[in-house]
Design a protein around this ligand. Structure first.
Ligand code: 2AM
Ligand code: CA
Ligand code: CA
Ligand code: CA
Length: 261
């Protein structure tokens, strides 16, 4: 099986397992702070993804959110193939019994994104992209929106768990941007926000402080749907990018200007 097929099947099978566990009593622990939670389902889901990817591609490296906290060492610069995995993006929604959590699986080859898959177990929507081959929701090709006026645009952001730095920053940015756009959405999963930009359901999304496992798959899907993804300073997205600004392209410059502090 090829990279894309393995990524699609892994995301769907893991997503099914996660959804079956939502609502049953799961053990919840704190990571970096009382605002940063993880469950045993996050960890089991990452194990499941790792075992499927390793079985299919034993020489590939895997960088996953939950592996990060177990001494995983991956050198992104020197690697050929690296999988960038967030087993549950939107853990808070998962814990609260809300929709809006996703499985996010990306693949980079020598630092360049080549596959992105994001699965939403609640809606069973499967978003995917292959480098230079377009972005899709199931078999339907995706295209970003064409709105160019901020006051007609629906823009999403995230409320980061580190309250002093990134959450405080988002709240300041919202004060400034909130009154200027048609409306704002906060759905709780960075990967979901990104694929909704690709699908034209959102016109833009920004969030500081994100990690590569949050953004890898969704970024390729936005790019292949004709959108732009950069760092907050406007630098092109690469594997070292922390936090992103994603848009249909038409809104990008004005957004970058407004978000700058
Ligand atoms: P998670 O659910 O996988 O933890 C919400 O604002 C978004 O930020 C989610 O995509 C969430 O991913 C991510 N996030 C949560 N805690 C974070 C942290 N400490 N640093 C960076 N991103 C985080
Ligand atoms: Ca987390
Ligand atoms: Ca995440
Ligand atoms: Ca996660």
């Amino acid at each position: 099986m090829g990279f894309l097929q393995v990524a699609l099947e892994t995301a769907v099978e893991t997503g099914k397992m996660i959804k079956e566990r939502q609502g049953s009593s799961v053990i919840i622990t704190e990571k970096s702070s009382p605002y940063d939670l993880v469950t045993e389902v996050d960890q089991e889901a990452e194990k499941m993804i790792r075992s499927r990817l390793t079985q299919a591609f034993p020489e590939h490296q895997i960088l996953g959110e939950e592996g990060m906290y177990q001494g995983q060492v991956v050198s992104l610069e020197n690697a050929e193939y690296v999988w960038l995995v967030d087993p549950i993006d939107g853990t808070n929604n998962f814990i609260k019994g809300l929709p809006g959590y996703t499985v996010s699986i990306g693949l980079a080859y020598r630092g360049e994104l080549i596959i992105g898959v994001v699965y939403d177990p609640t809606t069973k929507e499967l978003f995917w992209a292959e480098k230079n081959k377009g972005a899709y929701l199931h078999q339907k090709q995706l295209q970003v929106s064409t709105l160019s006026k901020l006051n007609e645009s629906t823009v999403a952001t995230g409320i980061p768990s580190d309250i002093h730095q990134h959450r405080a920053q988002v709240l300041r940015q919202l004060q400034k941007l909130g009154p200027l756009c048609l409306n704002v959405r906060v759905l709780g999963s960075a990967a979901l926000h990104l694929v909704y930009v690709a699908a034209g359901r959102l016109d833009a999304f920004w969030e500081p402080g994100l990690n590569i496992w949050d953004t890898a798959a969704g970024t390729l899907i936005v790019q292949e749907a004709g959108g732009h993804v950069t760092s907050a300073s406007g630098a092109p997205f690469d594997l070292a990018t922390k936090g992103v600004v994603a848009s249909n392209g038409y809104l990008h410059e004005s957004l970058l200007g407004l978000l700058a502090e």
